[in-house]
Design a protein around this ligand. Structure first.
Ligand code: PHE
Length: 344
């Protein structure tokens, strides 16, 4: 029996030595050590041994088992190491390769300017209001003190959709919508950015569609000086601390008195240059004290409340601020134009 075991050991070790893959190794393990394996088979025969022989053979069996287990473990480790090695080889990363660059977008200059304007006014306690781009004649004109056949309607050639519906020509209808929504409560402090539409032929400075930001404040004892101080603060934050403003008398049907507001040219500081056409001033917005009739239509008693409003063109401000000389650049999706504003 001892010889049989020795022969088994020699055979097993020789086969295990030559094993080429983990599957074959496992097969051999089952063949020799498994429940129905050859070593187990020998052990079964031990019942017929004498009491003296049994421990001796038992010892030999243990030795054989130990030797076989040892080589199996060694082989398993070797296979594992080989596999790790193979995987490392396969997944090798060349850290010296240049990275793949991702195309990064930028914020459109118009969005950028709107966000800047919003930030400044939100900082002064305003909230942002919105209104529809398709408006009724009532909100776009009539409630703003522009009755039908009023000559000032010609200032804003309109796209009518029906007799009563049009693409809004200005953001001022949001004034009325906001006032009516507030149901007489005060104060009202809003700005309203949005698209407006006019029947214009497109050229370097005109577009049938552009953007405005409207502002409205209603309260008790709101005066022209509040308007002036607000706009002064705004232009300093928008164009720099040395920017000044100048108010010129003007006309809008929904404000009285009305003004055009100029800022001192931030390029030349007021000395006169190409940007300001040698005048030292740049016209950027329209404004005024809310007309009593508009207050009334918005549900506020003009004897108790007063207010101011202003409106500015976003394209114009962006063009001045970034030195853009053609308004069409904003809309024609020329990547080389848009990309310039990535990091501004
Ligand atoms: N809505 C006017 C325009 O489009 C601008 C404006 C707004 C003027 C508010 C005064 C007050 O020209």
């Amino acid at each position: 029996m001892k010889q049989k075991l020795e022969a088994l050991k020699i055979e097993a070790l020789a086969k295990l030595q030559e094993v080429a893959d983990p599957q074959a190794l496992n097969d051999l393990r089952v063949k020799y050590l498994g429940k129905k394996g050859e070593l187990t088979e020998v052990l079964r025969g031990m019942g017929g041994l004498s009491a003296e022989e049994r421990p001796v053979i038992g010892q030999v069996v243990n030795d054989v088992r130990g030797a076989i287990e040892e080589i199996i473990t060694a082989k398993q480790e070797a296979f594992q190491q080989q596999e790790t090695q193979n995987r490392l080889q396969a997944e090798k990363v060349d850290v010296t390769l240049p990275g793949r660059s991702m195309a990064q977008g930028g914020i459109h200059p118009l969005t950028r300017v709107v966000q800047e304007i919003e930030d400044i006014f939100i900082g002064m306690g305003y909230r942002v209001a919105e209104g529809p781009e398709v408006e009724t004649d009532y909100y776009n004109f009539e409630a703003l003190n522009l009755p039908k056949n009023h000559p000032a309607r010609d200032m804003q050639d309109s796209f009518y959709l029906t007799d009563d519906l049009l693409m809004r020509t200005q953001t001022s209808p949001v004034q009325i919508r906001t006032m009516q929504g507030m149901k007489g409560e005060a104060p009202v402090k809003i700005i309203c950015p949005g698209k407006v539409f006019r029947r214009d032929d497109d050229d370097a400075t005109h577009s049938f569609q552009f953007h405005q930001v409207e502002g409205l404040v209603i309260g008790r004892n709101i005066r022209m000086s509040d308007l002036k101080g607000t706009l002064q603060q705004f232009v300093q934050e928008m164009f720099g601390p040395h920017t000044g403003i100048r108010l010129r008398p003007s006309f809008f049907p929904f404000t009285e008195p009305s003004v055009e507001v100029d800022v001192s040219c931030f390029k030349c500081g007021g000395d006169g240059c190409r940007l300001c056409k040698q005048t030292g001033w740049l016209e950027i917005l329209g404004a005024g004290m809310v007309h009593p009739k508009v207050l009334e239509m918005g549900g506020y008693d003009p004897a108790e409340f007063s207010g101011f409003a202003f409106g500015m063109g976003v394209e114009r401000i962006a063009m001045l601020k970034y030195g853009i000389d053609d308004i069409r650049n904003f809309y024609n999706n020329d990547m080389s134009f848009v990309k310039q504003f990535k990091g501004v």
